[in-house]
Design a binder for this molecule. Structure first.
Ligand code: SF4
Length: 162
């Protein structure tokens, strides 16, 4: 897995105190992106799942956020790590430039597995024209905070349609 950075005790990347893992690689290339150096996967540093778990475990009271970049660009690794986060009893927020609808309609099997582990999905690209600094936990008005219950309902509705 390739990560740009891990920070501890963030209060701006989800509710409460959070350990934030910034995944390398982002296919969205939004205009006005706050973190364009994260676009290239090669800019990240290789880290094993075990190393990331140890880093997360070093902060027992914090919950966990996957940000980026886009964690869904490394969905297989992010899913494996999400399972470990859940085993630790921690709540998981995941940021993505994809919309929930796109992930359901066109996502890979690994992306859908990761989706099912999110306690909160913050979805959609950053849209400069809809930038709003008053919003909590997101940068533009198109981005939505979608809780696990709504993600589950959308997954079930999508499965029923197939
Ligand atoms: S999804 Fe996020 S990291 Fe990716 S280009 Fe858009 S703002 Fe930047």
């Amino acid at each position: 897995m390739r990560l740009m950075n891990i920070i501890h005790d963030s209060v701006v990347d989800g509710e409460g105190l959070r350990t934030v893992l910034f995944f390398a690689g982002c296919p969205h290339h939004c205009r006005g992106c706050h973190n364009p150096q994260s676009w290239r996967m090669q800019n990240g540093t290789e880290m094993t799942i075990a190393e990331a778990v140890a880093e997360i475990a070093s902060n027992p009271i914090a919950n966990v956020t996957f940000s980026g970049g886009d964690p869904f660009a490394q969905a297989e690794e992010a899913y494996q790590l999400a399972l470990e986060v859940k085993r630790m009893g921690k709540n998981l927020w995941v940021y993505t430039g994809y919309t929930l609808k796109q992930l359901l309609a066109h996502g890979t099997a690994e992306q859908r597995l990761l989706l099912a582990e999110c306690d909160m999905l913050v979805d959609g690209p950053f849209v400069l024209a809809e930038r709003d600094i008053t919003l909590a936990f997101r940068g533009s008005q198109n981005q939505r905070l979608i809780p696990r219950s709504d993600i589950r309902k959308a997954i079930q509705a999508n499965a029923a349609r197939l």
